[in-house]
Design a protein around this ligand. Structure first.
Ligand code: NAD
Length: 486
């Protein structure tokens, strides 16, 4: 099929490349001419592992333009993947989206079968697109669930494809577009083998509103899961529990699962923050309150200040200190700094008069351009960042940080008792402590404190009473049956 993808950001580029890989003829359109010139010249304006390699496989089936007239009139399917950032009050800013829809409408050709909305849009926005055109072509909302860092793999091997549609023709068009993915009939790229056992991908056809809400609900749920474990981490710290053990114990329960249970600096990125904010805005507009989503946000954003509090507790007044930040991107595998916890931590430390020395394997160039307001000293290596710092904070769990030789990092520190704050609960604590460094993390009792807190299996007198009580359930308690779907 002839496909036009409007908006070449993280989503549009991955979508365009994937559709071209499947055999469609794809024109990617972006109004940012510098970006398009970069693509044409083989320069990727964003970092996405495997993307450059993947693009070499699709060759002439993918081209880039900045003029609607070169992309839309011939297209059978138009995919919209422009940004929908948050307005100051939290509601989605639909200016890019409405601009794109208007321009698409202006240039539509006779062969257009469907407009497929992939931008995350609030409930009602897809209907608005349909109403703007009098029924032709079909308008479909296909929420995008890919993750930055694994965008190509998520596009080729998604958990599901959700189609919000209110007519049969729209549904059939999406099925035609994605058939090789739905049936998993394409030849996998050598560097991205098909996951074992994946034979097909489920397609869920629902109404526009259900599809729109499902995207926001999925993100809000994942955000809540992370905030939940962070809430437990705060309690763990006070009570001598280790949140990583708690998360493991919870995660082995198949109803819960072990993902998104990593306590630490919390979530960031282009989606969770803005999508939870938009969900709350939609709820407000409908006279509904969403206390769980509200709390998930509050817990999340307080984590960023908690790391600064932790440093203050360890170092005393922070003015004049130096802190090394390892990682700036909101997560490993991307250079995206939108709502990145590290940037807020840096800003808070700088405001307290701290020198911030930062390293990131890919995001430094973007940080320099996007945050000229932050007077961060950028460093070429983690060891260099640590040189002369009073503490190191792991903010992004890039694989290269997890395998750091901590004795080399220690060598960079002339002072006594340097601290490593593991903001992601991802470091090898023994390796850090073995190098003579002090390890601190959210929800994990420090080694010193662990010595005075009773070990599991050696309960205190109070614990014994509680254990004894718990051991005596009512005699005729009905057996509990596992409940599916919870
Ligand atoms: P992005 O900001 O990286 O890219 C958007 C692109 O659209 C930019 O290159 C911009 O120049 C271009 N653009 C803006 N207005 C345009 C117009 N009128 N015509 C043509 N191009 C235009 O955004 P993104 O991260 O790719 O996200 C796109 C959408 O997908 C958002 O709604 C987002 O919520 C959603 N989403 C993002 C992710 C993710 O991981 N980034 C995942 C799932 C869904």
């Amino acid at each position: 099929m002839r496909v036009a993808v409007v908006g070449c950001g993280y989503v549009g580029l991955a979508t365009g490349a994937t559709l071209a890989y499947l055999g469609h003829s794809v024109t990617c359109l972006d109004t940012d001419e510098v970006k398009v010139a970069g693509f044409k010249g083989g320069r990727l304006p964003l970092y996405q592992p495997g993307l450059a390699e993947f693009l070499t496989l699709v060759g002439h089936r993918l081209r880039f333009v900045s003029d609607y007239r070169e992309a839309i009139p011939e297209a059978e399917v138009i995919v919209i993947a422009v940004g929908t950032p948050a307005l100051p009050g939290g509601a989605a800013d639909l200016r890019q989206f409405r601009g794109a829809v208007g321009a698409v409408r202006q240039h539509l050709g006779l062969e257009a079968r469907a407009i497929v909305v992939k931008s995350t849009v609030p409930i009602g926005a897809t209907r608005e697109v349909a109403l703007s055109g009098g029924g032709s072509p079909s308008v479909v909302f296909c929420p995008e669930f890919l993750r930055e860092g694994s965008a190509i793999s998520d596009s080729l091997y998604p958990d599901r494809i959700v189609v919000g549609t209110e007519d049969e023709r729209g549904l059939e068009t999406v099925k035609d577009l994605y058939r090789p993915i739905l049936e998993q009939t394409f030849e996998p790229p050598a560097f991205l083998p098909r996951p074992d056992g994946l034979k097909s991908v489920p397609l869920l056809a629902v109404s526009w509103a259900s599809a729109e809400l499902s995207k926001y609900a999925a993100n809000a749920f994942l955000a809540t899961k992370i905030s939940f474990i962070n809430e437990m981490a705060t309690l763990a710290e006070k009570t001598g529990a280790d949140v990583t053990d708690v998360a493991r114990a919870m995660g082995l329960d198949r109803r819960i699962g072990d993902r998104f249970l990593e306590a630490g600096l919390g979530w960031g990125g282009s989606c969770f923050g803005k999508d939870t904010a938009e969900l709350l805005a939609t709820a407000r507009a409908n006279d509904v309150s969403l206390p769980i989503v509200q709390a998930a946000r509050e817990v999340n954003y307080s984590q960023r200040s908690r790391v600064v509090g932790l440093l203050r507790a360890e170092l005393g007044p922070l003015g004049g200190r130096a802190v090394a930040l390892l990682g700036l991107a909101f997560k490993p595998g991307t250079d995206d700094l939108r709502d990145a916890p590290a940037m807020d931590v840096a800003a808070e430390l700088l405001a307290e008069g701290v020198r911030v020395r930062a390293h990131d394997p890919v995001a430094i160039a973007r940080a320099r351009t996007e945050r000229p307001d932050l007077d961060i000293e950028y460093c070429d290596s983690p060891e260099e960042a640590a040189r002369g710092a009073d503490a190191v904070v792991l903010a992004t769990e890039w694989p290269e940080y997890l395998g750091l030789d901590w004795s080399r990092v220690k060598a960079a520190w002339p002072g006594v008792g340097p601290i490593v704050v593991d903001g992601r609960n991802a470091l090898d604590r023994e390796a850090v402590e073995g190098a003579g460094l002090r390890y601190r993390a959210f929800g994990r009792v420090s080694a010193a404190r662990a010595a005075v807190v009773p070990e599991a299996g050696v309960p205190s007198a109070i614990d014994e009473a509680a254990v004894a009580a718990a051991d005596k359930p009512p005699l005729r308690r009905a057996p509990r049956r596992p409940k599916g779907g919870r």
